[in-house]
Design a protein around this ligand. Sequence first.
Ligand code: SF4
Length: 211
Amino acid sequence: MLSEVERRFRTNLLEWGQKNRREYPWRELNRTLYEVFVAEFFLTQTPAGNVAAVYPGFLKQFPTLDVIAEATEDELVEVVEPLGFQNMRAAALKQIASTHDHLPTEPASLMALPRVGQYVANATLCFARGDRLPVLDRNVERVYRRVFRDRWPETEADQLTFTQRLVPDEARAYNLALLDFGALVCQSEPLCKQCFANEYCAYFIESESYG
Ligand code: SF4
């Protein structure tokens, strides 16, 4: 059961997302699970612009896990070097490809892969398959914490439970909008005056009351 504020935030965010979606190659529809996974795996600790520069070339050279399994780690390092952490990324991809013909489609099984955390697992399954999963990174956490303030839980497990309730059937659209909203509006220095949530956002109401 959602509160009035939760319902409004969800509806407003979906509407905002329709008009403000950022376009990246990995967001194109019909991307495979593998293609979305590669993007989310690279996006960890790496700006989207850097990933966008490497992504098409990487997929061209390594279109499937099978091809990675046949490649040497040095070949992988060479392609992912511009992203940084190239040795770690190459070793993890090589290990995954050596042990899997296909990527798992359960969050827990994806998270069991080397260097894959909750965010990468949930984002991959949501953006590739539309799975109704919460996508929670540092920016998204900041948005929720500001809007819901005292109701926002302390532990990551409770935060995931909290956000799971908010994810609608249009999970892909909702989670993409959340990422874009955290990057474009509710940034470190939030653009509250032009934000759809400023009538009910706890952070904004509090900051206004302190003048
Ligand atoms: S009103 Fe400000 S703090 Fe609240 S969600 Fe909008 S941008 Fe973020």
